[in-house]
Ligand binder design. Structure first.
Ligand code: NDP
Ligand code: GDR
Length: 361
């Protein structure tokens, strides 16, 4: 049975329908804003959790009781549940599918490797298989699929890394992303599905999860500046990353699905910095010295590390016409400024006795 969305499409040919897994994540929220601006109807698959997990998209959510106004709709599903994926594909009949869902934390993947592989690798396979079956039963062969690949797949292969650089994954997460990458290539070659891999280097924002190093740092800067915290515990400061702004990177995902042919693309700023350099800029922009606050804690070191990532995005620039708009210093400042404002709001709650500030020393 088709939804009102699919039925309404025959009335309005211009309104494309996108289906996003991982819509509640950092990238899902920016991609949804981007697609809504382009006039899409956006359907997101969310997983059940005991607390609401929709903070990043609450500002664009419209209650289903005002359904006539809502162009973003949420449905329960899970990448570990093949039947839910197939059911929503058949119901929503999307034009574009963006597979962003993942257990996306590299260090955590060493703790829960089996689950990480199930969601990141087999989850992508389940979704591709649902797309294949949906095309076979409906004839909707124009459907396009985006797979969220990662620079972590390059692992220990030295920079600059491009589409032709060999993968050498260094974590269960990265190995699972390699499997998802090759499943996507295989479904393209075997069944002619319009399926693309975006090989995205690190991208950050004020919406970044708080246990990734950039946000962990900028949250700490905000809280230290406002007097809610004094120390920041970190692991390896010497790793280098090619950090861009998530808002820029979702445009590249969309551009890949607008091309004549499906292909794989590296998306990166081509500029790389160490964690220590990030620390210096972040603390510096708040008038603080990171050396007064950072303590090295061995628990944050990984069994195997990825030392040096720096992308070569020549193909994305040339074929997609994509380029990053936000540079490193601007990105860090954006995150620090937002986290200082957040810490000020936290302080109001702490002072009123509504919040415990003692999460960090
Ligand atoms: P986040 O961790 O912020 O978001 C991950 C999303 O996946 C969340 O919406 C999460 O839901 C959802 N999810 C997790 N497990 C499942 C599951 N079993 N079934 C359904 N949904 C699930 O990641 P990002 O937004 O930063 O990244 C998006 C994608 O891009 C990920 O695949 C990531 O691995 C990849 N990537 C990210 C890069 C980056 O620098 N950000 C770089 C390269 C690749 P919930 O909110 O409930 O936790
Ligand atoms: P990464 O991001 O592993 O690159 O994966 P993360 O921010 O977790 O680590 C970056 C580097 O910082 C070092 N580091 C710490 N990391 C965390 N999280 N916490 C710490 O306290 C800490 N101290 C030092 C790490 O060792 C590492 O070298 C991200 C994720 O978004 C993936 O999903 C995505 O695929 C890749 O980026 C590209």
């Amino acid at each position: 049975m088709a939804t009102a969305a699919a039925a309404a499409r025959s009335e309005s040919e211009s309104a494309k329908i996108a289906l996003i897994t991982g819509i509640t994540g950092q990238d899902g929220s920016y991609l949804t804003e981007f697609l809504l601006q382009k006039g899409y109807e956006v359907h997101g698959l969310i997983r059940r959790s005991s607390n609401f997990n929709t903070q990043r998209i609450n500002h664009i959510y419209i209650d289903p009781h005002n359904a006539h106004k809502a162009r973003m709709k949420l449905h329960y599903a899970d990448l570990t549940d093949a039947s839910s994926l197939r059911r929503w594909l058949d119901t929503i009949q999307p034009d574009e599918v963006y597979n962003l869902a993942a257990q996306s934390h590299v260090a955590v993947s060493f703790e829960i490797p089996d689950y990480t592989a199930d969601v990141v690798a087999t989850g992508a396979l389940r979704l591709l298989e649902a797309v294949r079956s949906h095309i076979a039963s409906s004839g909707r062969s124009h459907i396009r699929y985006y797979q969220a690949g990662s620079s972590e797949m390059f692992g220990s292969t030295p920079p600059p890394q491009s589409e032709t650089t060999p993968f050498h994954p260094r974590s269960p997460y990265a190995a699972a992303k390699c499997a998802a990458h090759w499943y996507t290539v295989n479904y393209r070659e075997a069944y002619g599905i319009f399926a693309c891999n975006g090989i995205l280097f690190n991208h950050e924002s004020p919406r970044r999860g708080e246990n990734f190093v950039t946000r962990k740092i900028t949250r700490a800067v905000g809280r230290i500046k406002i007097g809610l915290q004094s120390k920041l515990f970190l692991g390896n400061l010497q790793a280098s990353r090619d950090w861009g702004f998530a808002g820029d990177y979702v445009e590249a995902m969309w551009l890949m699905l607008q091309q004549d042919k499906p292909d794989d693309y590296v998306v990166a700023t081509e500029d790389s910095h160490t964690v220590e350099e990030f620390l210096a800029v972040a603390f510096g922009s708040a008038g603080l010295n990171w050396k007064d606050h950072v303590v090295i804690d061995k628990r944050y070191f990984r069994p195997t590390e990825v030392d040096n990532l720096k992308g070569d995005a020549t193909k994305a620039k040339k074929v997609l016409g994509w380029k990053p708009k936000v540079g490193f210093e601007q990105l860090v400042k954006m995150m620090v400024d937002e986290d200082i404002e957040l810490a000020k709001r936290e302080k109001v709650l702490v002072d009123a006795g509504y919040l415990d500030a003692q999460q960090q020393p």
